[in-house]
Design a protein around this ligand. Sequence first.
Ligand code: SF4
Length: 375
Amino acid sequence: MKFVDEFRAPELIAKAGEEIRKLADPNRHYRIMEVCGGHTHAIYRFGLKDLLPANVELIHGPGCPVCVLPMGRIDDGLSLAAQPDFIFAAFGDMMRVPGTHGSPLEYKARGMDVRIVYSPADALKLARNNPEKHVMFFAIGFETTAPSTALTLVRAKAEGVNNFSVFCNHVTIIPAIRAILDSPDMRLDGFVGPGHVSTVIGCRPYDWIAKDEGKPVVVSGFEPLDILQSIVMLLRQLRNGEAKVENQYKRVVPWEGNRAALRAMAEVFELRPYFEWRGLGFISQSALKIRESYANWDAEQRFTVPGIRVTDPKAAQCGEVLKGVLKPAQCKLFGRECTPELPVGALMVSSEGSCAAYYNYEHRKPITIANAATH
Ligand code: SF4
């Protein structure tokens, strides 16, 4: 399969592993953060950690949108949807995320009208097909998914679909990276930059990480060879004392981003002054809200939102895992009280959550030349 097989070729994977071992200075310990949850998933799924020398440590970053959403926002969304003749529509990976009184799926079991949709456009279609009900789309995601929400709102406004709204939880990646770099207990040597988000924002927004913070960034694809090549590129920069932004994922990520997508976002969204992130606290200008000109389609402007704030269960260490301070298995609840079947924290729900990825793949054998192509 084009763009898959060649990025899982066993001999190339073995070669990249060898190059990493050659480049890594045995007298140094490297801490490299993969920002994106998709990378975390691939690292565990393909057993890539086992190809790295012990002194090249991968730290899981905050790039899983379901994981960083505070429980209060889920409670807020579900409380709005408890109104009569209301349909709560969301992506499938939101369905089992626990709120204070249960997940959307549990609310559905209690009789609330909860639907899984594959896109915001599907939710809009649901509104057209159910004119007697109000359909609220619970929007989450980084810049990857925000353009499709924006375009759906443009369409809803143009068509005058008034029984549709969006509960907007879109967040932006750059302030989260800044918060991590500002965190006093965090030491990082470089970043495997997010692939999906960069298809929209491009590579330029990471310039400051290289220039001001002196940390290299390599925007990476999601296949095993992509990630290993990105680590090679990072180690090369570190060996040469360089810090620059490089694009390993050129086949998908344009350096300047996707201008049409950015225009759609600018038309519909503006930055919130601040937004709460699970595990990272309040981060200024880190999330999007719907502009006044789209108020009629903004659930938060149209309805009264309780603004619920909830602290995570005391024993749950999602915050530390999200910041990369703890590894998933170091959380006291991991694998006992908290499993993918019965999750306590969101990191155990989403396939991009580091706890779920670690739980699902930790027993997997290390990748070998023989099995690399078949995974
Ligand atoms: S194991 Fe569960 S509670 Fe612990 S950090 Fe992971 S998701 Fe959170």
